[in-house]
Design a protein around this ligand. Structure first.
Ligand code: OAD
Length: 255
């Protein structure tokens, strides 16, 4: 399943970066966006995930986000998420860049996370910017309003919006300065996130894709592993542990 080259690169790696997409949460029961069962097959993004849609019909947009919030609160991180926590502990420098808003990486225990598309459990007022990060606030009200009278919106990136300040810069910097870059469970069609694997590759990283099928990114990847992230990632961690990775940990400890 894994090449010798990958283990060689990982053994010498100081900085490992993982980019995740909706596929990593699929085995937890969170629907992906594309594909036959994807959310964008059943719902129209222009009616639910744009600022114009929110202004036009805040009730509908809140209903949609509350439906997803509830769903996410009811599910748990899966073995793929937990394997990424173990990976974070194996390398001196590890950056997890996610397009997911579901908070499952944080719940699993990863620490160094860049949330490129925001976080569904956080909210802010569109008028004064005040933050409302208690997820229950959103769940209890139909359309929550700020004390200043402004509408409160979910802190997620909608179509046509910029990424959160600093998040892109940090992600680009991490991708440009890593030894191994994994792209996990993303279709690789939403930019700028989808350019990160190429940035990594151009800067000399060994690039690996883990997905249940080939994607738009597969053609330039150094290695494509077809399989479920909840199965492939735990196997990778197991192999790393088997293959005298403790020796490498010792090396790091003495640095
Ligand atoms: P997509 O729904 O576009 O793609 C999910 C990917 O996960 C597909 O390539 C699937 O083949 C793969 N997949 C499904 N199950 C898997 C599993 N168990 N293991 C591994 N891979 C699996 O989701 P994203 O690429 O994350 O943006 O979509 C990117 C952005 O588009 C999202 O962040 C969202 C959406 O519109 C915003 O909300 C701004």
């Amino acid at each position: 399943m894994f090449s010798e080259k990958l283990f060689q690169r990982l053994k010498n790696a100081e900085h490992v970066v993982v980019l995740t997409g909706a596929g990593i949460s699929a085995e937890s029961g969170v629907p992906t966006f594309r594909g036959n069962e994807g959310l964008w097959k059943k719902f129209k993004p222009e009616e639910l995930a744009t600022f114009d849609a929110f202004i036009k019909n805040p009730e509908l947009v809140w209903e949609w986000y509350n439906y997803r919030r509830k769903l996410i609160q009811e599910v748990k991180p899966n073995p793929g998420h937990y394997a990424l926590v173990e990976l974070e502990n194996l390398f001196p420098n590890f950056t997890l860049i996610t397009q997911n808003v579901d908070n499952l990486h944080r719940r699993a225990g990863n620490k160094n996370i860049i949330e490129l598309h925001g976080n569904i459990e956080k909210n802010y007022c569109i008028k004064c910017g005040k933050r409302y990060d208690d997820v229950n606030l959103a769940l209890e009200m139909k359309v929550p309003k700020c004390e200043c009278g402004g509408l409160i919106r979910p802190d997620v990136v909608w179509f046509g919006e910029m990424l959160p300040i600093g998040a892109w810069e940090e992600a680009e910097e991490a991708a440009s300065n890593c030894d191994v870059f994994f792209s996990v469970g993303t279709s690789g069609v939403v930019y700028p996130a989808a350019s990160l694997p190429q940035i990594a590759k151009m800067n000399g990283a060994y690039t690996v894709e883990i997905n249940i099928e080939r994607t738009e990114l597969s053609w330039f990847m150094d290695e494509v592993i077809i399989g479920k992230s909840g199965e492939v990632l735990p196997k990778l961690v197991e192999k790393l542990k088997e293959q005298n990775f403790t020796k490498i940990l010792n090396r790091w400890r003495t640095v």
